[in-house]
Design a protein around this ligand. Structure first.
Ligand code: FES
Length: 212
């Protein structure tokens, strides 16, 4: 496999047609968020698995993408993530275009795993903006919207609270319509799930530069 020096394992693998599950990675974010914990791989000669989005490739490096340890770690991270996610694919605008569905299919997992108790959030949905809706109950805290909102110059989205209570929010949780949003819709374009979705009638959304 060929890769530019300094590239992380994740991008090297994806650029060479090898899929590694990932939700929070963006090429331009350095250092990476590394928050989803889905991209674990094992490197020969290392004691512990590493996240592919944080580990640069090296000449001669041997990387295993699918050992039993990796599967266990990935599946656990994914199932924990789903235990908070509002699952209603049939009525979700992102149905069939959702990264959670893609990852579940890649890992051979169900979207309603039974291993962990489900503790879905019940936070208010923000429909105040004329062009899009934000449903925090579907957010996977990947941080892409926070990053792109800052990159586009608005910077109205950020993380609030910690741990299991972490949410993406405007300052003081004010409605999106009052928060100074410039309506670029970049957050909608980068959201990998159904948390930020365009309202009916809003045409296709393109980012000025993908980087994702
Ligand atoms: S893609 Fe590596 S931790 Fe999310």
């Amino acid at each position: 496999m060929k890769a530019k020096e300094g590239t992380c394992i994740l991008w090297a693998a994806l650029d060479n047609g090898l899929y590694i599950p990932n939700l929070c990675a963006v090429r331009e974010i350095k250092p990476p968020f590394a928050s989803c914990r889905l991209c674990f791989v094992e490197i020969e000669g290392r004691n512990a698995p590493v996240t592919a989005c944080t580990e640069p490739v090296n000449d001669g490096m041997v990387v295993n993408l699918n050992t039993s340890k990796i599967k266990r770690l990935r599946n656990t991270a994914f199932e924990l993530l789903l235990s908070h996610h509002h699952l209603d694919c049939a009525h979700c605008d992102k149905n069939r275009n959702c990264e959670l569905q893609n990852i579940a299919s890649h890992l051979g997992l169900k979207l309603k795993p039974k291993r962990f108790k489900r503790i879905p959030r019940e936070l208010p949905i923000d429909s105040s903006h004329t062009l899009f809706t934000y449903d925090p109950n579907k957010c996977v805290i990947c941080g892409k919207c926070v990053w792109v909102c800052q990159k586009q110059g608005s910077g109205i989205l950020d993380f609030a609270y910690r741990g299991i209570d972490t949410v993406v929010s405007t300052f003081s949780g004010m409605p999106l319509s009052d928060a100074g949003c410039t309506s670029c819709l970049a957050c909608v374009a980068v959201c990998p799930v159904g948390a930020l979705v365009a309202k009916l009638g809003v045409g296709p959304i393109f980012l000025p530069r993908a980087g994702i």
